[in-house]
Design a protein around this ligand. Structure first.
Ligand SMILES: [Zn+2]
Length: 433
């Protein structure tokens, strides 16, 4: 028996012991001496582990003294006495488990037996601590059993809508089903295949955005190999995207990145096509559009967020069309189209690429930036990569998953760069054949 709980794996023996104690207690031929020995073993482990929380130790001690007194007199424990002790143990172990896992960057674990032991033990959700411990146990199966993780997360939030506030003081997330407009996607929005597997359950509650579900279930399409969200508020896409510019009374725009990042991008574009007719799809905070102006492009732009449209258009003096790119109609052709960090937000990404292709003149360049789940950063950070938790990302490509679609449309990949602006994003320079 472990003498002290120091790491999560120690819970295995401790929980097995608690379960054995309960089984022994419930058995008709309960050996009181054996029961008493088990409780003593467990008490050692629990009391040694609770250095930080003396109050919990005192509560435990007084509950176990009553139990041990009774057992020492060879008296059968009353249900009241046993379950009072049992409840105190569960509360203590819940707090210990939270302490042990709250700061963990890597939560996922292959240890199916221990995962189930922890999830089952805390599944009673008797109070907020036990529910929080359950929630932390559930994080362990985010990759291994993503759909179950997603379902259990939601159940935890139904029980305690402000669950995270109990551990993270800055959390303002409150689960309210009526404000979440998720649609469920069972077909791949990239290739339309219905053959997908549950891939990873991301925790969105950490983002403090109440109009999103507390969890997002990533699906992996077995046909095209890309990822997409099982649950996503697509009807609200125009509202949830954008808002990158800061509203200010003096009409000044705030750059988010070093502006020379964009002149480097444009210089690479010019190595492929030197034309000036420029369309930007999704303007963000306007910095790329401003650099395009500085570098002499004849700029035009389309943006789905009204607020960003007004802010950037007012500040830069550029006419920006407020509409969904897929609904944008123009007879014009372009030499350069910019789709920076747009593809992962749209409902029909391949239609958006097709539209860009059709709007380019022969030899025109599409510059595309989108997260790559097989990027160097993602390979290094695994599920600690914050890209998994981006609330308004609907699809998640890999380069190998995207390339066949580009080939089919008639784009040639002229250059691949690791993004200078977002960790885990790829930047592609694509030329229309
Ligand atoms: Zn697909």
């Amino acid at each position: 028996m472990v003498k002290k709980i120091v790491e999560v794996t120690d819970f295995k023996e401790v929980l097995e012991c608690v379960n054995e104690i309960q089984d022994m207690y419930l058995s008709s031929s309960c050996d009181l001496k054996a029961l008493s020995d088990k409780i003593l073993f467990l008490s050692d482990a629990i009391i040694n582990s609770e250095e930080k929380n003396k109050t919990n130790v005192q509560i435990y001690s007084s509950a176990s003294v009553k139990v041990m007194e009774c057992l020492s007199k060879n008296q059968k424990l009353s249900n009241k006495l046993f379950y009072e002790w049992y409840g105190v143990v569960k509360q203590l172990l819940a707090v210990l488990f939270i302490y042990n896992t709250v700061d963990a960057l890597i939560c996922e674990s292959d240890d199916e037996y221990l995962n189930n032991l922890l999830i089952d033990y805390f599944s009673s959700r008797d109070n907020d601590n036990i529910t929080l411990a359950h929630y932390f146990a559930v994080r362990r199966i985010a990759r291994q059993d993503a759909k179950r993780c997603y379902d259990l997360y939601i159940e935890d939030y139904k029980k305690y809508p402000d669950l995270l506030k109990r551990i993270y003081k800055k959390s303002t997330y409150v689960y309210d089903q009526s404000s979440i407009c998720d649609e469920i996607y069972k077909e791949c929005p990239i290739c339309s295949s219905g053959d997908s597997e549950y891939f990873y359950c991301a925790n969105q509650a950490l983002l403090n955005r109440n109009n999103f579900s507390p969890a997002k279930l990533w699906m992996k399409c077995k046909s095209c190999g890309n990822l997409y969200a099982y649950n996503f508020p697509m009807q609200k896409n125009g509202e949830i995207n954008g808002h990158y510019t800061r509203k200010n009374s003096n009409g000044l725009l705030e750059p988010r990145n070093l502006l020379n990042i964009y002149s480097n991008i444009f210089n690479h574009v010019r190595e492929i096509n030197n034309g000036r007719r420029y369309l930007e799809v999704g303007i963000g905070c306007g910095e790329m559009l401003a650099v395009a102006l500085e570098m002499g492009y004849d700029v035009s732009a389309v943006e789905i967020c009204k607020e960003d449209c007004e802010n950037v258009s007012g500040a830069l003096g550029v006419d920006i069309k407020w509409c969904d790119f897929l609904k944008y109609e123009t007879p014009d052709k372009y030499d350069v189209i910019i789709m920076g960090d747009v593809l992962e937000h749209v409902g029909k990404p391949i239609d958006a690429l097709k539209k860009a292709y059709d709007m380019l003149d022969g030899g025109g360049v599409l510059w595309l930036s989108t997260p790559n789940f097989e990027s160097a950063f993602s390979r290094m950070r695994k599920f600690a990569d914050p890209m998994w938790n981006q609330a308004n990302h609907f699809t998640y490509f890999s380069y190998d998953g995207l390339k066949p679609f580009l080939d089919k449309l008639g784009f040639e990949v002229k250059r691949y760069d690791v993004s200078n602006r977002y960790n885990g994003s790829m930047e592609l320079f694509l030329q229309k054949n």
